[in-house]
Design a protein around this ligand. Structure first.
Ligand code: NAD
Length: 309
């Protein structure tokens, strides 16, 4: 069997916020039945401060079988490349033969943004006015665009701990007709009805009581043991959702809560077997830990879109 090699450029030509949203939403629903993720391997390399590992899974319904290998190299920025680096391998579920190797960076960016967007679509109040973005690294502009696709906002407030080029963020805001400016973290949190956190933080970014009633937070940065973005005082009183409960309790935001708290999968919400927000005052939190099946679903969509060309 010939192994196809698919580059970032080929992927960027066919994968976009819209089809990534569909692929991710569908696979979250599949995870409620027969699709499953294998235990994540994620290790500190002890070299270049890098975290490296594997995310893998199988969806019998779509035939997506494979893995993503890669991780986070925090010193890459100085080399002019993204800190997140990965590659995705797709296998034929009937034979185990490798079918394709795909560059993983664009897929990671779009599938992570899509997960937050699915949660916003399902859990945010119907008519928010202000969107808060906490963190302005590589992933952040993807998160912003995916969020703006599912709700309209009058204003976008952005905070980062240090100055960054926000020209991409401003372009996206303009495309969706929203005003956009930087603000102090407290204003971002207190004023926003929808917030995405996307940082590499190891402690709560802000006190939980800054969060207003009715807010939905998609916490997307915590994907490793020890990392944390949200105050447990907030997550313990919020309605809690995640992509995968085991990951959430081990490498996600809810690792910082006691093991008996109730967590609902976003897949159950999509399938209609669990309920979400029941009033405009509840605070909802989605812990997006990032599952292998998100990568495989998007990789499969790319391979199908490209066909034999
Ligand atoms: P990046 O390195 O480009 O940006 C990191 C961001 O975190 C920057 O805005 C930086 O200022 C901020 N930050 C770092 N430490 C901080 C601290 N102590 N307090 C406040 N802000 C801090 O990374 P990225 O590619 O934008 O990814 C952001 C995070 O999201 C990473 O930690 C990454 O591992 C995680 N991530 C998660 C998923 C998922 O599926 N859950 C997918 C991709 C990335």
């Amino acid at each position: 069997m010939t192994i196809r090699s698919i580059s970032e450029q080929q992927i960027a030509a066919v994968l976009n916020p819209e089809n990534a949203f569909s692929a991710v939403q569908d696979v979250f629903a599949s995870m409620e039945s027969e699709a499953w993720n294998f235990p994540v391997v994620r290790e500190s390399l002890g070299y270049q401060d890098a975290l490296y590992g594997f995310k893998s899974g199988f969806d019998p319904a779509s035939g997506a079988l494979g893995l993503k290998a890669g991780g986070y190299w925090p010193n890459n920025g100085a080399k002019g490349i993204a800190n997140h680096q990965s590659s995705i391998f797709l296998f034929d579920p009937d034979t185990g033969q490798c079918k394709a190797i795909l560059a993983g960076n664009t897929i990671t960016a779009l599938r992570t943004a899509a997960a937050a967007a699915v949660s916003i679509d399902r859990l945010a109040i119907a008519a928010p006015t202000t969107f808060g973005l906490v963190g302005t690294g590589h992933q952040s502009a993807f998160q912003l665009e995916a969020a703006l696709r599912v709700r309209s906002f009058r204003e976008i407030l952005i905070w980062n701990r240090s100055g960054r080029d926000l020209s991409k963020h401003h372009q996206i805001a303009e495309k969706y007709g929203a005003a956009c400016r930087e603000a102090e973290l407290e204003e971002v949190v207190r004023s926003s009805q929808v917030i995405i956190t996307i940082t590499s933080c190891f402690e709560a970014l802000f006190p939980g009581d800054w969060v207003s009633l009715g807010t939905h937070i998609a916490a997307m940065g915590t994907d490793t043991k020890g990392k944390q973005e949200l105050d447990p005082a907030l997550t313990s009183r919020a309605l809690r959702f995640t992509d995968e409960i085991v990951q959430s309790r081990t490498i996600g935001e809810f690792q910082h809560l006691s093991s008996d708290v109730v967590i609902t999968t976003i897949g159950a919400l999509i399938r209609g077997t669990a309920s979400g927000r029941t009033d405009e005052e509840q605070v909802t939190v989605f812990d997006g830990t990032g599952v292998g099946l998100q990568d495989l679903a998007c990789a499969q969509a790319v391979a199908e879109a490209i066909g034999d060309s």
